[in-house]
Design a binder for this molecule. Sequence first.
Ligand code: HEM
Ligand code: HEM
Length: 195
Amino acid sequence: MRRADRTAGVLMHGTARSYSGLQIALHWVSALLLVSLVSLGYYMTSLAKGAPGKAALVNLHKSLGLTAALVIAWRVIVRTRQPAPPSIPGLHCWETELARITHRLLYMCMVVMPLSGYLGSSFNQYGTRFWGVPLPRWGWVDNALQHLFYTLHGMTAYLLLGLVVLHVAGVIKHQWFDARRCVQRMLPGRGERAL
Ligand code: HEM
Ligand code: HEM
């Protein structure tokens, strides 16, 4: 058995028994970053143009957003190499399918959010700094394109929020109403016992 397989707790035929420690760590780090970014994003856009401290908050948001992009890229790479464990036993078919679609859409939002933010700020006059280091611009000053990418950024944030609510509601339902060990699947050292 390969080392990566052992850490993912892989059964025969390439099926994982549980999420690996790395997958669990990346899940919680990216969730924390996303919650902070959404809160910061809505707070900074609620401030008036030119309000004291707004520029610093926007720069913090951009740097944190790009840091999240690196964590998310790592997470996606790990996920393509380490499969997810089989779904929670005893669920209805539609629940398993809904969870699978929700997870896919969550991954899609996690990719679109930083990409649309970076593209939006590549088409305005301010550009992007990553923790103080100016990054190459992917575009030129163009209000229409900036507006397009920021609109995509804002709409995807709504979709992400809706999906997170659905995701957490699903976890609560399986954990407490169906009395399954669901949260344990994303906690270190408890995944295998959760099945
Ligand atoms: C921004 C917030 C969150 C995002 C973006 C997120 C995203 C995801 C994704 C994409 C998966 C699928 C993992 C995979 O198959 O590779 C997952 C699984 C999971 N998440 Fe979250 N999550 C978030 C917050 C939470 C919270 C707050 C909880 C706890 C209530 C939670 C509990 C779980 C559990 C238990 C699983 C495993 C589900 C299963 O295997 O059936 N997540 N999450
Ligand atoms: C996963 C990463 C990210 C999340 C979850 C996120 C979330 C948000 C949210 C919720 C808003 C408020 C949207 C609104 O009021 O319509 C916002 C605004 C903004 N974000 Fe992000 N963001 C992320 C990454 C980035 C990145 C990487 C950049 C740029 C490098 C960026 C640049 C901006 C800018 C400039 C705004 C203000 C847009 C405007 O004035 O309409 N974001 N973000």
